[in-house]
Ligand binder design. Structure first.
Ligand SMILES: [Zn+2]
Length: 315
């Protein structure tokens, strides 16, 4: 096969992989069609994302966080109201503004603090979880148990956005074209204030940001810098940042993860990996990645079957 012929299927595979993701900058639609019913909903091989993705409302059960951030579900999730004084939810067609009540309260509190301390009108909230959590048809490996939320790095405009705008408006790319630092034309002191306010929340376990943003925070943080240990570099996260909270007290079925190391993670050695050319400009794989079979319901904690089978909660 000539190199050209090898390249074409590869490009198709990359395009397909990208098409299945749903990131902050991907647009939605105001007339989203409900997903068609499944022909074989009881097929044990069916992806759990197909089942959880079709639930429009939470389970009528008490609040329960079941499993791990990237393998679980939630009962009794609450919605973040679509519009608050200091926040607005984006991409409403995705119906992902659901979370554990502690996360909903945290986002409301964070937005008020950002309004006050960063003088932003407020925050724009991206994906949280589905009404019953679980895997999603597009995007995110995590966000499954109602303890993860994405917040845009674009300040909320000083007005109520229309339905169309909430589907179509683009988030702002914060990373400079060479990927080595933030873009100084869009990065502001308010960004540090917002990420610091999130990291200083006692229940926050980790924050994910692009490495260029971590670098900027390391350079600019003054005074108490202990919060920097929770802010971890991650691929992507150049249009939004990700807040993860710990298992709420009393959630015996929730599987947490170890606390991040106490160090700031700001040394040249800490950041070196993320600025290697192979990470900043990854080469396409020699062979198209084989699509992995989706996570099935049997692979999730058994209690997620109850969550899925429960009637809809009354709203
Ligand atoms: Zn996220």
């Amino acid at each position: 096969m000539t190199p050209r012929l090898i390249l074409i299927p590869l490009l198709i595979a990359i395009a397909a992989a990208n098409a299945s993701a749903a990131w902050a900058q991907d647009k939605g639609t105001v007339d989203a069609k409900p997903l068609p019913p499944l022909a074989n909903p009881n097929d044990p091989k069916i992806g759990a994302k197909e089942l959880f993705g079709r639930k429009v409302l939470p389970a009528a059960m008490p609040t329960r966080v079941i499993g791990f951030y990237a393998k679980g579900c939630i009962a009794g999730a609450e919605p973040l109201p679509l519009t608050g004084d200091t926040w607005q939810v984006m991409r409403l067609s995705r119906n992902r503004n659901w979370a554990h009540p502690d996360m909903v309260k945290l986002l409301e509190r964070l937005s008020a603090k950002v309004h006050k301390e960063a003088s932003w009108p407020g925050i724009l909230v991206g994906d949280m979880s589905q009404p019953r959590g679980g895997p999603m048809i597009t995007g995110h490996a995590s966000h499954q148990v109602g303890l993860d939320a994405d917040v845009w790095l674009t300040p909320m405009p000083d007005r109520r956005l229309s339905r169309e705008e909430r589907e179509e408006m683009s988030a702002v790319m914060m990373v400079r074209a060479d990927r080595l630092d933030v873009d100084p034309t869009v990065w502001t002191p308010g960004h540090l204030i917002m990420i610091r306010a999130a990291a200083q929340e006692p229940t926050v376990q980790r924050i994910f940001v692009n490495a260029a943003i971590k670098k900027a925070l390391c350079r600019e943080a003054k005074g108490d810098r202990s919060w920097l240990s929770k802010v971890r570099p991650m691929y992507g996260h150049d249009y939004h940042f990700h807040i993860r909270i710990k298992c709420p007290p009393g959630s015996s079925e929730c599987e947490g993860q170890p606390e991040p190391a106490a160090s700031e993670g700001c040394s040249a050695g800490d950041l070196a990996f993320w600025f290697k050319d192979a990470i900043i400009h990854p080469k396409p794989p020699r062979e198209p990645p084989k699509p992995r079979p989706p996570m099935t319901l049997a692979q999730l904690p058994a209690a997620c079957r109850q969550v899925l089978a429960a009637p809809d909660a009354k709203q």
